[in-house]
Design a binder for this molecule. Structure first.
Ligand SMILES: [Zn+2]
Length: 228
């Protein structure tokens, strides 16, 4: 499946031959939720004999993440009428001291993935990471704290390993929001997803969006661009 948006961005979702058990890393955010939606759609429409295992981290600093991911999966199962495509949703907890440094988080994630691969629970991993908006755009953000690993991606970031694909690595959030619009999911699936990383106090115990963090800014910008 080749996807293009009106901002000249292109991404490709392709399930490698022979793959039967896909792990999808799901944060409850818009990017990974759309990736899971499209994979399920592809499997359903082509009647492929493939199972999706959502995988979510329960970061101590983002306690809402797993619950959001769960609600997203439930929505996709109902919307595409495909409960049979989904296998078990795997989750693992990451304690607070391991959330402070990105490398520590990644290391933890890496261990869990190795376990899933070695035990043949999954045979391919899809991750929904997008690239940062341009520097000019980010300069207008209130919070100037982007994820540096999302700068200047290349093809290598899409095909990270023979067993891992990151289809959105070279496109920014506009393509994702454009897909929500294209599939009529702006008022159904999109509001279930959450990107905000504002603190507990800034978000009334994670019930609202803070409107100020980097992730809120990114979503606001993409929405304006797609609706503009
Ligand atoms: Zn926020």
């Amino acid at each position: 499946m080749i996807i293009t948006d009106r901002f000249n961005q292109t991404a490709k979702i392709e399930i490698p031959t022979g793959v039967k058990k896909i792990g999808v890393s799901m944060s409850g955010g818009a990017d990974s939720s759309m990736l899971c939606y499209l994979l399920a759609k592809e499997i359903k429409e082509n009647d492929l004999n493939i199972i999706i295992h959502p995988i979510s981290a329960r970061f101590a600093v983002r306690p809402w993440s797993y619950m959001r991911a769960k609600r997203v999966v439930k929505f996709i199962k109902n919307d595409l009428e495909c409960p049979e495509i989904f296998g078990q949703h795997y989750y693992f907890s990451v304690p607070e001291d391991e959330c402070k440094i990105d490398q520590a988080k990644e290391k933890h994630f890496g261990h869990v993935m190795s376990f899933l691969f070695v035990n043949n629970i999954i045979d391919h991993l899809f991750s929904g990471k997008t690239k940062n908006p341009s520097k000019q755009v980010m300069n207008t953000f209130f919070d100037k704290n982007p994820q540096t690993d999302r700068n200047n991606p290349t093809e290598k970031d899409i095909y990270k390993a023979s067993v891992e694909t990151v289809p959105w690595a070279m496109v920014d959030n506009r393509l994702i929001i454009d897909l929500y619009k294209k599939y009529g999911l702006m008022h159904t699936l999109l509001p279930i997803t959450r990107s905000c990383e504002g603190s507990e106090t800034a978000t009334s115990n994670f019930t609202k969006e803070c409107g100020k963090c980097w992730w809120c800014e990114e979503r606001k910008w993409a929405l304006e661009q797609v609706n503009g």
